[in-house]
Design a protein around this ligand. Structure first.
Ligand code: HAM
Length: 415
């Protein structure tokens, strides 16, 4: 679990602000749900035999012996809230987004943490393949907006309750014939969760499943057509993608379209975003029979990818250097007035010498420094130093704000 410090947080704010902006263009509204939920919610939605539910949840009993879990992901809580607040009565199509911490007790490594943050989006109420493409278009556009292009979109279809069982059985039969070549974990789970075997990183399992049956060859005609339409709309929108029939997701609620945005910049944690359809989920949680689709982006992974391009913290526009108590008191009032008017202004609080104050103004990277002493208080005029070219000009204190805004305007105009 990480602290996010000043200097780093600016990149987070940029990524979050960009999401608000881009998701807003697509008609999404923010939803905020509590961090703990009833444990049962995650067991029922993510699936009892998944790694998340079997091994990774932060589960505890509260003082009334209710079993609660810190949310390991956002989709189930959002669907719980959707049902509880009857959001489908407000609009037949709900477009929701969220951002915040999630918790999984995983083995930490680069790009994988126990408290991590997701930026997620969900659409409830539309089966049409246009919405699959729309959600992917929004994800694509978000990455364009934040300036990350080194990602590739992989898509797959996992079929539906009609065609998945046939595929599952075909896969179990195939795996059974190669059981000796599978690792212990896969030998244990090939019956309960055969699709996960396709995703196993152990080389023996990878070669044993190289010729495993493809899910795409087992889709029923309606899933096949739906997937064809999704691909067609992505092509119409010029969104590049590759089909990866071996893509498996670690959550059981997915049907039909699934996808991942992958990068080769993060070592083994190569998925920066992932998602898919979960058409039966709302109903299985006690809600109306409505389809859903969404994704979540891993914010820590995005921050790692932004790397060099980190956003610099905002620097003061003005530093007021004061000599003597009276000047410091006047500086304090002037600074406070400018801050209240929306200017980033700073001064010294530690009684430092003028030289030390000028050094600090430099270190903080202030645009301008105003020098105030006895004489300046009496004359009502002071020297304003442009810190980038060291030029000085005389300013009238009664007119300080107007002069400063003008000069700051010229500065941003010339940069
Ligand atoms: P997920 O694939 O489990 O899907 O997680 C989505 C993304 O969250 C991953 O691609 C990754 O970037 C990030 N992530 C997951 N675990 C960690 C971790 N331990 N440390 C850092 N980042 C991590 C879901 O959570 C689904 N709820 C996505 C979804 C939304 N599907 C439909 N709607």
């Amino acid at each position: 679990m990480n602290d996010i410090l000043p200097g780093e947080v600016e990149t987070w704010q940029f990524l979050e602000q960009s999401a608000r902006e881009v998701f807003g263009y697509y008609g999404f509204s923010e939803i905020r749900t509590p961090i703990p939920e009833k444990t049962e919610l995650f067991c029922r939605s993510i699936g009892e035999t998944t790694d998340i539910v079997e091994k990774e949840m932060y589960t505890f009993s509260d003082k009334s012996e209710n079993s609660l879990t810190l949310r390991p992901e956002g989709t189930a809580p959002v669907m719980r809230s959707f049902i509880q607040n009857r959001l489908h009565h407000l609009d037949p199509v709900s477009k929701l987004y969220y951002m915040g911490p999630m918790f999984r007790y995983e083995r930490p490594q680069k790009g994988r943490y126990r408290q991590f943050h997701q930026l997620g989006a969900e659409v409830v109420g539309v089966e049409d393949a246009k919405i699959d493409a729309q959600v992917l278009a929004m994800l694509h556009q978000y990455f364009v907006h934040i300036g990350i292009s080194s990602v590739s979109l992989q898509v797959n279809s996992l079929g539906c309750p009609q065609c998945r069982p046939g595929y599952r059985q075909a896969l179990i039969d195939y795996l059974e014939s190669r059981l000796d070549n599978l690792c212990g974990e896969c030998q244990r789970r090939y019956q309960t969760n055969p699709l996960r075997v396709l995703d196993c990183k152990v080389p023996g399992c990878q070669s044993a499943t190289a010729d495993a049956p493809s899910v795409l060859e087992h889709l029923c005609s309606s899933c096949h057509n739906h997937f064809e339409q999704v691909k067609g709309y992505l092509q119409a929108l010029n969104i590049p993608f590759v089909v990866n029939a071996r893509m498996v997701r670690g959550l059981d609620y997915y049907v039909r379209t699934t996808f991942e945005l992958v990068t080769d910049q993060l070592g083994s944690q190569n998925a920066v975003a992932a998602g898919g359809r979960y058409d039966g989920l709302v109903e299985s949680l006690g809600g109306p029979s409505l389809p859903g689709i969404g994704f979540a982006i891993g914010l820590e992974r995005l921050v790692l990818m932004k790397g060099e391009q980190q956003i610099a913290p905002a620097t003061p526009q003005l530093f007021i250097a004061a000599m003597g108590k009276d000047a410091a008191d006047r500086a304090f009032v002037l600074m406070s007035q400018l801050q209240a008017a929306g200017m980033r202004a700073e001064m010294d609080y530690l009684g430092k010498s003028l030289k030390a104050q000028m050094r600090r103004a430099n270190k903080l990277n202030a645009d301008f420094t105003l020098i105030l002493g006895e004489e300046e208080l009496q004359s009502g005029k002071a020297q304003l130093k442009n810190m980038s070219d060291s030029s000085q000009s005389t300013v009238t204190l009664s007119n300080l704000a107007t002069t400063l805004w003008e000069k700051l305007g010229q500065l941003s105009g010339s940069s």
